[in-house]
Design a protein around this ligand. Structure first.
Ligand code: NAP
Length: 248
């Protein structure tokens, strides 16, 4: 396999499990040194060991993406440890699904905060380093829920649509510094997040996908590697859908 990211330095948030873990694993497979940031430091450290064994080119660190101090510390920690920051993936996410009748303000604020505030902090802190370097690629994980709007997800759909607007605005601000900002919109992907869905709902959603199956985390990671690598050197402000044709 041709390694597309030899020597690059990457940070992935929410990387202890699911899509984030697979993104970190695939970036590492392509030669990147990776900082895995997650709420649970031990889970992040275990994930880093799963990827790199005893190797020193992966690290797991604690980070709550809603905390300005935490995000700053992750970015400066990556630069101190590995000497640069080339790739930053804003992946951390939560759901608090409920119809509007039942959704509390806390459910709304929590989802908006992790996805929108978290992604904004990641983009701001990462791009500050990358604009000085005159290179870098930021990838924000949105969702097809932000394109189509899902009932029961007024909070999540709003946050994921907001990430698209944030991606495009930020891309325009930093393009002339050779920093690219793009988004990926996964559809239905098999992870701990979707394992929490009732099986009949999951099966119905799967039946609605033109490719007639849920996606795997590695299929999202492939799009992220493309956007992180020089294969996509003239792509910024774009949104790649990884949804098996759903909502095309
Ligand atoms: P997941 O399995 O629940 O993993 C998310 C990870 O993010 C968990 O390790 C979680 O930690 C961590 N996290 C949550 N809040 C955080 C915070 N404030 N700071 C740092 N880390 C935090 O979810 P996933 O399915 O892999 O989803 C990853 C991303 O893809 C999310 O942005 C999600 O919205 C998006 N996405 C997923 C799908 C899908 O079908 N799975 C579809 C479209 C988009 P804890 O476990 O400790 O909470």
């Amino acid at each position: 396999m041709e390694r597309l990211l030899d020597g690059r330095v990457a940070v992935v948030t929410g990387a202890a499990q699911g899509i984030g873990f697979e993104i970190a694993r695939t970036l590492h497979q392509h030669g990147a040194r990776v900082v895995l940031a997650d709420l649970d430091e031990q889970a992040a450290a275990r994930a880093a060991t799963d990827i790199a064994g005893d190797g020193s080119d992966c690290a797991g660190v604690a980070c709550n993406v809603t905390s300005e101090d935490d995000v700053r510390a992750v970015v400066s920690g990556a630069v101190d440890r590995f000497g640069a920051l080339d790739i930053f993936v804003n992946n951390a996410g939560i759901t608090r699904d409920a119809s509007m009748k039942k959704m509390t303000l806390e459910n709304f604020d929590a989802v908006i905060s992790v996805h929108l505030r978290g992604t904004w902090l990641g983009v701001r802190e990462a791009s500050a380093v990358m604009r000085e370097q005159k290179s870098g690629s930021i990838v924000n994980i949105s969702s097809l829920s932000g394109k189509s709007g899902n009932p029961g997800q007024t909070n999540y759909s709003a946050a994921k649509a907001g990430i698209v607007g944030l991606t495009k605005a930020a891309a325009k601000e930093v393009a002339h510094h050779n920093v690219r900002v793009n988004a990926v919109q996964p559809g239905l992907i098999r992870t701990p997040m979707t394992a929490a869905m009732p099986p009949d709902v999951f099966a119905q959603r799967e039946a609605d996908v033109p490719m007639k199956r849920a996606g795997e985390p590695g299929e999202v990671a492939g799009a992220v590697v493309f956007l992180a690598s020089s294969l996509s050197s003239y792509i910024t402000g774009s949104v790649i859908e990884v949804g098996g044709g759903r909502y095309m």
